[in-house]
Ligand binder design. Sequence first.
Ligand code: GLY
Length: 351
Amino acid sequence: MFNRRKFLQSSVFSSLGLALGRKAWANDPGAGHLVTGSPIVISTWDAGIAANKGAWEILGRNGRALDAVEAGVMVTEASQNCCVGLGANPDRDGFVTLDACIMDEFANCGSVAFLERIKHPISVARRVMEKTPHVMLVGIGAQQFAVSEGFPLEEQKLSDGAKNSYENWLRKSEYKPVINIENSKMNTETPKSGPGPFAPSRFDNGEWNHDTIGMVAMDAMGNLSGSCTTSGMGFKMRGRVGDSPIIGAGLFVDNEVGAATATGQGEDVIRMCGTHTVVELMRQGYSPEQACKRAVERIIKIKGDKAKAIQVGFLALNKRGEIGGYAIQKGFSYAVKSDTQEKMVQAGSFY
Ligand code: GLY
């Protein structure tokens, strides 16, 4: 538990910084040095290393955390990745559909879901935040908005990797929706162990693979922002949207307290408002790792033994620059970058 007085004092300084920050950013994005801080960025899974480098191009020059978290995950969106961006695995009907959200230090947020043929959903989410009175746009409406903002409509074509995976999936899998509700009779269609059709991908060697990139960062002003982007679970039902574009589920930022992001089976993150829960636990005084652990334990409590077949991981950063993560299953790792470190960290897990 940390000292509440110190926390309140730091909150007063943060508020002061925030007030200064508003003015400074409005006039000069390079004015981050006015308030000292130690920039840091963390993001989920191995792809986080390259994404953090992208974010550091901005953070390392005392740029704004919001710009950094957008630029960072754009690296992953542009890469050939199974689970993020247009190169990712499609839904059951063979279409890649993308979800993303972004949130800044003023609690501004924007989100897109079920977005097709747009290379950088995270940037469309940011435009929703900055150019509309709304938080979330979905489907064809989100696509129309993106096009009206000048985003090119990409060709509807699976990457070679995704085409292979989809063809394999079509060969092996029953082409019908599977319901994954507690006590549902249809639940027998979910394998007893290992991932269900909605679970994150698992390599043949049994390790859990990533399904999302979530990133949270603090800039030199001490301000926090976060981003989260995914194609969702491979071979999902058409129209299915997970936690990643949902503020409070896949991503949450409270500039007084901390920021958190989630990865894994989105349905189970949504039902307990995952990242909002993590941030509220940090507000109560839990460290980032402890907050992530308590949130995972809440999922275990809800799911009981069924939690053995799913993966969810949380990643958090508090206002003091402390970081931590925790997952249901072994194998969740996250990437860290600051002035003094650049590394992967293996998170603790319930099982
Ligand atoms: N966490 C990604 C998803 O459930 O879509």
